[in-house]
Design a protein around this ligand. Structure first.
Ligand code: DLL
Length: 441
C-alpha cells in the first residue's frame, strides 16, 4: 500500500496547511482576477480578513454562470501565455466551460491523480488501460498523466472502438481499467458477444467515474470482470478527475485530496452549511491552483462528507458517492428522485440488462415520464423473444411496484428486447427530455 504523508495528517496538521494555502489563493485571486476583486470589495472583505478556515464563509460563491460570463479566459489568474494547457466541458447549452493550467498545475494534477490511482489499487510497473476519452474532456489526459506519474505502463486507448479495446485487454494484460462505468460495462458485453469471458482477463481494479452510478452498478461491474471497482470523482472547473477517490481496501466513501481542495457541503436552497453526514451540494475551493483558482465553486453535485478516519488508515475527508446533479433531479408528482436511485433498484431485477433511459415528455399540459428498460438475453430466450407477451406485462408491473415501494415514484415502464437501448462510449445519457423539443416547436 502506497501511503503519502498528507493522507495520514492529523486534522490539525491538515487544517494548518489548508489555511496557509487558502490565504495564498485568496490573495492571488484578489490581486489577479478583477471578477474576484470586485466580489470581495462588494462584501468589504480583504484577503487579510481570512484568518481561519471558517472565514471562508466571508467569501462569495462562484457558479457555472460566472464562468460562462467570463468565457473563455476572463477568470484566469495568469497571463494566457503562462498556461500550458486548456480543457473544456461541453455543457448542455451554448459555449463550453473553459479551464486552464500552468506547468505547476499540470504537475500537481499528475501527483493528485497518481495518488488516486494508487488509492484504487494501481501499482508502478503494472499496465493501466485508459478508456476515458482524450481531448478537451479532462478524463483521458487526467488519468494519463497520473498513471505515468505513478510509474504505470499507460495504454492511451481513449473511448470507443470497442473491439480494439477487447483485443488490447487480452494482449497487453492490464491490471487496472479506467473509464465511465457505462462504457466499461459495454466492453464486458462486447467481450461476451465475441465469445470471451470478461472474468478471465488480467484485470484486478476498475477506476470508474465522470457520471453518477449506483452501488448495484458497482456489483454488476465487479461481477462482470471479477475486479474491485472504485469511484473516482472530479470536475473540470476544480481540476478534473482526482478531486476524490475511493480506496480499494474499504470502498467506503471517496478520499478528498484535502491538501489541494477545501470542501464544504451546503443546502442548495438556503446556501447554509449542512452538518457532516447530511446530504447537500458540494462546494470546492482550490488551494494550489495557479492558472484557474476557484473560490467556493458550487458543483451542483449532491453528496455528504465525513471526517472520520477510514478503515484503510487514511485521515482525509471522505465524500459519499454522488447521488446526482441538482439539475438532474426528477420531481415526479412531488417526489424527488435521482436517476442513480432508479438504477440501483432496476439492477436488482434478474430479467433486466443493466441499461435504461428515462424519457420526459408532455401530453397536453401533463408531464409524462417513461422508464425504458431492456431485458437480458437469458430472459429473452426464455420467453421466445415475445416482448408483448404476458410475462413481460407481469415484469412491467413488478418494476412499477419496485419503484413505487423504494423510490416512491410511479412511472410508465417500456420494456425493450436485448440491445435495443443506445450504448455509451463516454458519459451515458440517462435522461432524454422531449419536453424541451416540444417547447421549441
Ligand atoms: O467528468 C472529470 C472526471 C473524469 C471525473 C474522469 C472522473 C473521471 P466534467 O466533464 O467537468 O469532469 O464533469 C463533471 O461529472 O460535476 C459530476 O456531476 C459528474 N461526475 C464526475 N465524477 C463523478 C462520479 C469530469 N464519480 C461532472 N460520480 C461532475 C458521479 C460524477 N458524478
Amino acid at each position: 500500500m502506497i501511503l503519502h504523508d498528507v493522507e495520514v495528517f492529523s486534522r490539525q496538521e491538515m487544517e494548518t496547511l489548508q489555511l496557509e494555502r487558502l490565504q495564498q489563493t485568496v490573495k492571488r485571486v484578489y490581486e489577479k482576477v478583477p471578477f474576484y476583486q470586485n466580489k470581495l470589495n462588494e462584501r468589504n472583505v480583504k484577503p487579510e480578513d481570512i484568518r481561519s478556515l471558517e472565514d471562508i464563509r466571508k467569501l462569495p460563491f462562484t457558479t457555472k454562470k460566472d464562468l460562462r460570463e467570463h468565457y473563455p479566459f476572463g477568470l484566469l489568474a495568469v497571463n494566457l501565455s503562462e498556461a500550458v494547457r486548456v480543457h473544456a466541458s461541453s455543457g448542455t447549452s451554448g459555449k463550453p466551460t473553459v479551464v486552464a493550467y500552468t506547468k505547476n498545475d499540470i504537475e500537481n494534477w499528475a501527483d493528485i491523480v497518481a495518488r488516486a490511482i494508487a488509492i484504487a489499487g494501481g501499482e508502478p510497473g503494472k499496465v493501466l488501460h485508459n478508456a476515458y476519452g482524450y481531448g478537451l474532456f479532462t478524463g483521458g489526459l487526467g488519468l494519463h498523466y497520473g498513471s505515468e506519474r505513478l510509474g504505470m505502463v499507460t495504454v492511451p486507448i481513449s473511448g470507443g472502438n470497442t473491439d480494439r479495446q477487447v483485443m488490447l485487454i487480452e494482449d497487453f494484460r492490464p491490471e487496472v481499467i479506467c473509464g465511465t462505468p457505462s462504457y466499461v460495462l459495454n466492453i464486458a458485453e462486447r467481450m461476451r458477444e465475441l465469445g470471451k469471458d470478461p472474468r478471465q482477463t488480467s484485470l484486478k481494479y476498475g477506476i470508474f467515474g465522470a457520471e453518477p452510478w449506483s452501488e448495484e452498478m458497482r456489483r454488476t461491474l465487479e461481477e462482470a470482470f471479477d475486479i474491485k471497482a472504485c469511484d473516482i470523482y472530479g470536475l473540470s472547473e476544480v481540476i478534473g478527475p482526482g478531486v476524490a477517490m475511493e480506496c480499494h481496501e474499504a470502498q467506503d466513501g471517496l478520499h478528498i485530496a484535502d491538501d489541494h481542495f477545501y470542501v464544504e457541503v451546503i443546502n442548495p436552497q438556503t446556501l447554509e452549511p449542512v452538518a457532516d453526514g447530511e446530504e447537500g451540494e458540494l462546494v470546492f475551493t482550490s488551494l494550489t491552483k495557479e492558472a484557474f483558482p476557484v473560490i467556493r465553486y458550487r458543483t451542483g453535485d449532491i453528496a455528504s462528507i465525513t471526517r472520520e478516519r477510514c478503515k484503510c488508515g487514511r485521515t482525509t475527508t471522505r465524500m459519499s458517492r454522488v447521488k446526482g446533479r441538482v439539475d438532474d433531479m426528477l420531481i415526479i408528482r412531488g417526489v424527488n428522485v435521482f436517476p442513480s436511485e432508479i438504477e440501483h433498484y432496476l439492477l436488482t431485477v434478474p430479467e433486466l440488462a443493466p441499461y435504461y433511459q428515462i424519457h420526459l415528455d408532455r401530453k397536453g399540459t401533463l408531464d409524462i415520464i417513461e422508464l425504458h428498460v431492456e431485458i437480458n438475453e437469458t430472459f429473452a430466450q426464455e420467453i421466445g423473444g415475445d416482448v408483448e407477451g404476458e410475462r413481460v406485462v407481469l415484469l412491467k408491473k413488478q418494476i412499477q411496484h419496485l419503484l413505487k415501494s423504494y423510490c416512491l415514484v410511479s412511472m410508465d415502464v417500456v420494456v425493450h428486447g436485448p440491445k435495443a437501448l443506445p450504448r455509451s462510449e463516454g458519459k451515458a445519457i440517462r435522461i432524454v427530455d422531449r419536453r424541451k423539443e416540444k417547447a421549441k416547436i
